[in-house]
Design a protein around this ligand. Structure first.
Ligand SMILES: Nc1ncnc2c1ncn2[C@@H]1O[C@H](COP(=O)(O)OP(=O)(O)OP(=O)(O)O)[C@@H](O)[C@H]1O
Length: 308
């Protein structure tokens, strides 16, 4: 049996909160094959982003293993982690906030190349131009700053930046949810193309089953920090056993509720389905706790949010 690109085993993440800790992720496991695709879905607050941030080690997990090609990166000290960071990159939800407003697209994409040791400025510029082209932006985009782009274009720049270090796995945290449906479709197509062209694997975190169905061959459904349903996307969506998955599927099948965002109808359907799911409830002192500093750092940020 070949080693999967990524194997997550018994992942536990606890946040410090006044008077103790809050367990946001509680014994989660899944695998992603080389060139594979996995969606992580689940109601708000179930721990999806916490997993994503752990995978790129913006957070240090409390327990469990994150095996990248067999090497456990969950607790690896920064010095040993650094050479592996380039292999897993993250694309963030907010195409408005995740780019440095002062940098041109070329500078944004060239920066990870510089960090990866590409010393020649001309070479960095050449590679940045190639990447900008690969994500479907015109060469004129290279010298423009984020304010001059649309949300979809910014997200493409975010993807180009993530690709700059030639990763094997992209972690996309609601990467298309801020975008209009048609732009969302274009970005999803881009991810699919990259998967084919580069053998790039990705993990997509989404509330949108339409997105999940289109883009991922496998799915993990979470509730209250745990995996409650997992398997091939088609099989899980064809016969969901979890109330959350059933509600999400019902909402996804109703064209009036899906507009590529987190529509109120979907949220309320999910809330109804999840009523009584005590373990999913957020304790009052945790609700509204700010995200860890650095959670909107550019991909490849060398500093974990929770110091390793
Ligand atoms: N820094 C923090 N300190 C304390 N609790 C936190 C912190 N960050 C997140 N949490 C809590 O951990 C749980 C999981 O949060 P996370 O952001 O991973 O959920 P999510 O599934 O990504 O939610 P959403 O879909 O709304 O983005 C939530 O209950 C959240 O309130």
């Amino acid at each position: 049996m070949t080693t999967p690109l990524l194997a997550v085993e018994g992942l536990v993440v606890e946040y410090p909160v006044p008077g103790g800790t809050f367990r946001a992720v509680d014994g989660v496991g899944f695998t992603v094959e080389r060139g594979g695709s996995l969606a992580i879905v689940g109601e708000s607050g179930c721990g999806k982003s916490t997993i994503a941030r752990s995978l790129v080690r913006l957070l240090r997990p409390t327990a469990g293993r994150i095996l990248l090609d067999g090497t456990d990166i969950a607790t690896l000290p920064e010095r040993r982690l650094r050479p592996l960071r380039r292999r897993v990159q993250m694309v963030f939800q907010d195409p408005y906030g995740s780019l440095d407003p002062h940098l041109t697209a070329e500078e944004t994409v060239a920066e990870p190349l510089r960090l990866a040791g590409v010393t020649s400025k001309a070479e960095r510029a050449r590679r940045a131009a190639e990447l900008i082209d690969q994500v479907g932006l015109p060469a004129s985009a290279l010298h423009r700053r984020p304010a001059e782009f649309s949300g979809g274009q910014r997200q493409r720049i975010g993807i180009a930046r993530a690709l700059a270090s030639d990763p094997e796995l992209l972690v996309c945290d609601e990467a298309t949810s801020a975008l209009d449906v048609s732009v969302q479709a274009q970005v999803l197509q881009l991810l699919r193309d990259l998967r084919t062209e580069r053998q790039l694997a990705y993990i997509v975190i989404s509330h949108n089953l339409g997105v999940v169905r289109e883009i991922s061959s496998d799915v993990v459904v979470m509730r209250g920090g745990r995996v409650v349903e997992a398997g091939a996307t088609q099989a899980v969506l064809a016969a969901p056993t979890e109330p959350y998955t059933r509600a999400l599927r019902r909402a996804a099948l109703d064209p009036t509720t899906m507009r590529g965002r987190k529509p109120r109808a979907v949220v309320s359907a999910i809330a109804t389905a999840s009523a009584g799911a005590a373990e999913a409830a957020v304790s009052p002192e945790v609700a509204g706790t700010p995200e860890p500093a650095g959670s909107s750092d550019p991909a490849g940020s060398p500093e974990p949010a929770t110091p390793s």
